[in-house]
Design a protein around this ligand. Structure first.
Ligand code: SAH
Length: 221
């Protein structure tokens, strides 16, 4: 794993930028300060890894901006041993941040090419404990439910009811909801079997939460 002093220096600059932008959760900042984000991008784009921007990762998807990762993770109030479900594995970076906070992470991705790449990559950088799942996040994953926390890293037009149903009582879900251009970040808390509390936060722009899966096409023989 190629993680040099230069990378470490760029990472602490990134952490400073996040503090300037208002992130003050030290556990989240420590995780971002220690995960080698440059390894999540193609080598040619390494220079971009420690800038506070989103970046393309193939299959028309993006690795979220570090500020967005920090913001969502902070809202999620993750505690060690929490069972956390992430929708939208993408590069796997957000899943690693959750894992560093001591959570048991399950992460679902609908793009098979991206799923395959990330499932192979995470164990190589020491994050083999993250359970990557290929499927449609709208369905959540009843097999491992209920979850303490659910984080959706794609934009929803309405709150996904099936996922809310997979939260523990007292559990929380952080989800961007809005139109394709702009979404508001929400935190939903499952207060009792049939009651939910809703809080709203700042505006963001995510790639869309889409139904169904995209399988890798096999070459005809
Ligand atoms: N969390 C990622 C960023 C994700 S971008 C990271 O840290 O890099 C959003 C991801 O959500 C994309 O990879 C997209 O393919 C995925 N996605 C969109 N709709 C989905 C669905 N229904 N189920 C699972 N993943 C979905």
């Amino acid at each position: 794993m190629n993680d040099t002093y230069r990378h470490k220096g760029l990472r602490s600059q990134l952490v400073k930028t996040l503090i300037d932008k208002g992130i003050n959760n030290s556990m989240v900042l420590d995780a971002i300060g220690s995960i080698p984000r440059h390894l999540f991008l193609d080598k040619a784009f390494e220079e971009w890894a420690y800038k506070d921007v989103a970046f393309p990762i193939g299959s028309e998807q993006t690795i979220s901006q570090p500020y967005t990762v920090a913001y969502q993770t902070d809202l999620l109030q993750v505690k060690a041993k929490h069972k956390v479900l992430e929708i939208g594995t993408g590069s796997g970076y957000q899943a690693c941040v959750l894992s560093m906070l001591g959570a048991k992470v399950y992460s679902i991705e609908r793009q098979q090419a991206l799923f395959n790449k990330t499932a192979e990559f995470l164990p190589k950088i020491g994050f083999g404990a993250i359970r990557t799942l290929f499927g449609d996040g709208y369905q959540g994953n009843p097999m491992f439910a209920p979850y303490d926390r659910i984080i959706i890293t794609a934009s929803c037009q309405s709150f996904p009811q099936k996922l809310i149903g997979q939260l523990k009582i007292g559990g929380m879900m952080v989800v961007p909801k809005g139109d394709t251009k702009e979404q508001t970040m929400y935190r939903i808390t499952r207060v009792s079997e049939n009651e939910y509390a809703e809080e709203s936060f700042d505006k963001f722009a995510f790639v869309p939460f889409l139904k169904g899966v995209v399988k890798v096409n096999k070459m005809p023989i």
